[in-house]
Design a protein around this ligand. Sequence first.
Ligand code: GLA
Length: 386
Amino acid sequence: MKKIGGSLFILLAVLCIFGCNKKENNNKTNSDTMENVQVSDYGVTAKGDSIKKYTLTNKNGMKVEIINYGGIITSLMAPDKNGKYQDVVLGFTKPEDYFNGNPYYFGALIGRYGNRIANAKFTLEGKTYDIDKNDGPNSLHGGKEGFHTKIWTAEPVKDAKLPTLKLTYVSADGEEGYPGKLTTTVHYTLTDDNALEISYEAETDKATVVNLTQHSYFNLSGNFSNLITDHELQINADKFLPVNSTLIPVGEEKSVKGTPFDFTAAKAIGKDITAQDEQLKLGGGYDHNWILNGNGMRTIATVYHPASGRVMEVMTDQPGVQFYSGNFLDGKFDTKTGGKYEKRSGFCLETQHYPDSPNQPAFPTTELKPGQKYQTKTMYKFSVKK
Ligand code: GLA
């Protein structure tokens, strides 16, 4: 009896060692894939769709949260000069506010066409297309039901070395008035040097126009009651695009020299924002496209917040950036740190092709034809200056 008991004990012990090992291995595999991208429930839309939140974490502990509704970045934690992580992107406190229209396009992926198209129409290969008119006479950010309102198919990329989320959205031929079935893939990757990399790809089955961007609003202070006018901005651009009263570029490429639009050397965003200037009046502040110097992937802008020491560099391969100083934020929504989002409590640096390119042949083209691949990349890199 004793002997049988002893053997049983040994057998059980051996089984347990195997079992435990197996469990440990499983856990390891799980944590390898789970560790850097975690999935959780975020909310349910009015139509009953369950939305998930994906948290990307890098080896330094920096975290970015993204939802598969609109590909929206809902949170981005960046360290200050003392190593304190704080959220530096504007966002709503309630999921419904994203699902019910997201009036400011907080954190969203923008498509098919970031920025404005004049009179909500364009002609391509001899055919005129009427697209959704959602901004006075113009079409803004792909129309009312643009990509920022779509549910994207999301999957953490398992074999990627860095935390990566892949989002895919197939836009039907004719959606919001645009021709061609457009398949878009966006990869969000968080690198070990605290950069959020956004790679966009798109393919179409008919000639169309594409101009994708990301609409995060940043406030590097970590307190959304602080205005961004004290942030120091530098943009590598000698020229910008003056606009008309509906914020459509008039076609002229104007030198920034001697104007409030000169950010070639770093200066506080608030320094010239109230200057007597026709273009600032039209935009209600800065809401213009800068013509970026150089080509290919390059650093195009740097933002520094002196009090926190936070620095954000923007790298892109795009020809333009819309610098928007949060002029339309109007105190209607609660911030994540108390108080309301007021005018100038955030700024955007939306990398993109120029606004209204489909109607302005002198601008770099935004046309995409079947067989071609739209491919661009932008990075927002966070560091500190002490
Ligand atoms: C863009 C536009 C602005 C404004 C915001 C969203 O940046 O250029 O005019 O519409 O989006 O509020």
